[in-house]
Write a protein that binds this ligand. Structure first.
Ligand code: GLC
Length: 752
């Protein structure tokens, strides 16, 4: 496809037709110019291909664990493999672009679509998205990074206005997009349904042009979410390339906008060129493949195994001993909770059955215990009878699709009462209980903590989940997952409590940058299970932290190394997490933020040196009054550990930067602020001396709280000579560099 040649031969109507899909899942073709039709489909957990939108006929494909789970692997290499697998299956179905991954924020555990987003931490989200995108696009299939931006709830998602301050916008919600564009350059980006600070995301020139194109230098296609285009002309003028789904019933609007000059030919050609480039990339990479479904299934099992998080393991009840009798309880064992509801829902090629997988290790007895979110005395009694007398009991509980899905948010963070009831009932007859939680996001566990010895967060683990959980329970796999989001003790502890999901069409991000562990950690609020937490069947020791330098310029790389030793008796993998704390900052910052991580595998007794590299982005933060990121000179603490609350080694380093972010002091700042600021302290001390206001003066405290500009008016009010006060005012509020010298002259003159 010769894009330039095609562009010069297209009529205006043809150009406009290219700015919308041909069908719900394909882009427009122009047969006479050999522009082919290419296909797109969901989703971030594998190929959900329903030809002709007949969702009852979704083609089988490998169902991967959800994004929350993939992020909990903290294993970018493995997630890249997952992306590769999905891409090959896209080729199999002749799909050109996979609509994922999603990197929206997780400010509240209640958000219904949290399962489809990676993490509460933007760094982890960005790294996981980049890995997945590189895996997919490395196979010649496009991705669609979504939903740009601030689409962090399901409640009224089509009309809601997300009011978010600039720091949270740039440091939390845009950051994963910025990183993924830089590290993986997704072929397309999907604009969000919602408004951001009053503007619909799909037609916000600030988001789609100023930030995405001009600042991030993004050169791919921006497509709307399905049915998310509000004003067709305004969208395309303000940066949207492609309205989905097609066909558009509004092309005439665009023809009129072109004819009346609202839509320039330059803008139209830019949009069309972006769409043609996407079609060309998909077309050039179209190829037949043969899919090794078994190999793909094994990868799905491996991702699931590495994603599961061992939250607690009292008396080392886990791993079970092979042959120990086992009661297996829970409807989720039969009605597998392996994926989330909504557009990412797919038809798994092969689904591991939990009982089959467990029976490899021991004899099992099963009881339903509940059906979806309900139970009964009969079901409870039956479960207790099955559990009585067994060596161990494993109970599968969690959220049901009725309470957690795309399309609606959860009402609370609790597990279904029936599930809690079941666990506590079984505890009456058997104390050796292990609970496996299937959920897409954090749940309260305090209601079952007393009745359980071990808890595994299994997320929604995809088609390989049954095999993964069985192997973890019996020690065939040593769990290595780490929580990609905090499990707070209760919803009331979450900073969005009372505000999420907002009222009618307004949701306010009052917590600003204090999202997830950035909140709990900074405010020292105890959590049930911390971000980055995850136990192993072995233990790891951290020692010997070293730095390439203890003092760097902010444009230099900093290399940090730490020795990790497996001090236990079995092989295991550890996720070494590196956080950075800014010891002194002009604006408030979270106590610490994840800035690097590395997963390392160690046999018993082995030590490896883990090396991590920090760049400028490890120290910078967004300065609203400069509208950019900046690094301030000063001390930073590097903290390395096994979770955000389990820091093992830390050191202070110095970072130098020439950037000054302080807003110059002015007349609106108070006398006290001038006193505290190095730059103005001497001036204000001299002024107070001249006007004889010191600590003993009855008005001293009042004067400290005055804006400097008011001091002079107050002096005049108390009868000071006007000319003299005017002289002082000019000295203090005039050219700052000469203020002190002039004040000294005035003082000498007074003495004379
Ligand atoms: C949905 C989702 C989006 C998905 C699209 C196509 O509404 O918001 O993530 O890719 O429509 O199914």
């Amino acid at each position: 496809m010769d894009i330039k040649n095609i562009l010069s031969n297209l009529t205006v109507e043809e150009k406009i037709s290219l700015l919308a899909g041909k069908t719900a899942w394909s882009l427009m073709d122009i047969e006479r110019l050999n522009v082919p039709e290419i296909f797109v489909t969901d989703g971030p957990h594998g190929v959900r291909w329903s030809p002709g939108s007949n969702f009852s006929e979704t083609k089988p494909a490998t169902s991967l664990p959800i994004e929350s789970a993939m992020a909990s692997t903290f294993n970018t290499e493995l997630i890249k493999e997952a992306g590769k697998l999905a891409a090959i299956e896209c080729h199999h179905y002749d799909i050109g672009v996979l609509l994922g991954p999603g990197v929206n924020g997780k400010r509240s555990p209640l958000a219904g679509r949290n399962f489809e987003y990676y993490s509460e931490d933007p760094f982890l989200s960005g790294k996981m998205a980049s890995a997945f995108i590189n895996g997919v696009q490395g196979q010649g299939i496009g991705t669609c990074l979504k939903h740009f931006a601030v689409n962090d709830q399901e409640t009224r998602r089509i009309t809601i206005n997300a009011e978010v301050d600039q720091r949270a916008l740039h440091e939390i919600y845009l950051a994963p997009f910025k990183m993924a564009i830089k590290e993986a350059n997704p072929w397309s980006i999907m604009s969000a349904y919602n408004k951001v600070n009053g503007e619909h995301a799909c037609q916000s020139a600030n988001l789609l042009i100023d930030i995405l194109r001009d600042e991030y230098k993004y050169n791919g296609v921006v497509m709307s979410d399905w049915g998310g285009t509000i004003d067709k002309s305004l969208s395309h003028i303000n940066g949207l390339d492609l309205e989905m789904p097609g066909p558009s019933g509004r092309n005439v609007e665009l023809v009129n906008a072109y004819k009346n000059g609202k839509l320039s030919i330059e803008t139209l050609d830019t949009r069309v060129t972006n769409v043609l480039n996407l079609i060309k990339k998909a077309e050039d990479n179209r190829r037949d493949v043969s899919v090794d479904w078994n190999q793909h299934h094994r990868i799905a099992q491996e991702v699931a195994a590495e994603s599961m998080v061992l939250l607690k393991n009292e008396e080392n009840i886990l791993p079970f001993k092979k042959g120990d009798t086992l009661a297996v309880i829970g409807d989720f064992v039969k009605e597998l909770r392996f994926q989330g509801g909504g557009s990412s829902k797919m038809n798994p090629m092969k689904l591991d059955e939990i009982l089959d997988e467990l029976s490899i290790f021991t004899e099992t007895s099963y009881a339903t215990g509940y059906t979806k979110g309900k139970t009964s005395n009969d079901l409870l009694e039956e479960a207790k009878n099955v559990a009585k007398g067994k060596d161990n009991v494993v109970i599968f509980i969690g959220t049901t699709e009725e309470i957690e899905s795309e399309g609606y948010d959860r009402q609370d963070m609790k597990l279904p009462n029936a599930h809690i009831q079941l666990v506590n009932a079984i505890y009456e007859v058997n104390k050796n209980i292990v609970v496996v939680i299937n959920s897409g996001s954090a749940v309260e566990t305090r209601q079952i903590e007393k009745s359980t010895s071990a808890i595994i967060q299994a997320w929604l683990p995809g088609e390989g989940g049954g095999n993964a959980i069985a192997r973890i329970l019996f020690g065939d796999v040593n769990p290595s997952g780490k929580l990609s989001e905090t499990f707070p003790i209760c919803l009331e502890n979450n900073p969005t409590y009372g505000f999420f999901p907002g009222f009618k069409d307004l949701t306010t991000y009052n917590e600003s940058i204090f999202v997830g562990y950035r909140y709990y950690d900074t405010k020292k609020i105890k959590t049930q299970y911390a971000f980055g937490h995850g136990l192993s069947y072995t233990n790891f020791e951290y020692s010997n932290i070293n730095f390439s330098s203890k003092e760097i310029d902010c444009n230099q790389k900093l290399v940090v190394s730490v020795d990790i030793t497996n001090t236990g008796s079995v092989e295991g993998k550890e996720v070494v997490q590196l956080y950075v704390h800014d010891c002194e900052s002009y604006l408030v910052r979270p106590y610490k933020e994840l800035k690097s991580f590395s997963k390392v595998s160690l046999i018993a007794g082995e030590t490896k040196t883990v090396v991590m590299e920090l760049g400028k982005d490890a120290f910078e933060y967004f300065i609203p009054h400069l509208n950019r990121f900046s690094v301030e000179s000063g001390d930073f603490k590097v903290l390395v550990g096994s979770s955000s609350e389990d820091i093992r080694v830390e050191e202070i380093i110095k970072v130098h930067s020439n950037d000054v972010v302080a807003i110059p002091m002015d007349e609106n700042d108070t006398v006290l602020e001038w006193l505290r600021e190095k730059e103005t302290n001497k001036i204000i001390v001299k002024l107070l001396k001249i006007i004889n206001i010191n600590e003993d003066h009855p008005l001293y405290a009042i004067v400290l709280g005055l804006p400097v500009k008011r001091v002079f008016a107050v002096m005049k009010m108390f009868g000071a000579p006007e000319a003299f006060i005017n002289q002082l005012e000019m000295a203090v509020l005039g050219d700052r560099n000469s203020s002190l010298m002039i004040l000294r002259k005035i003082e000498e003159a007074m003495i004379k």
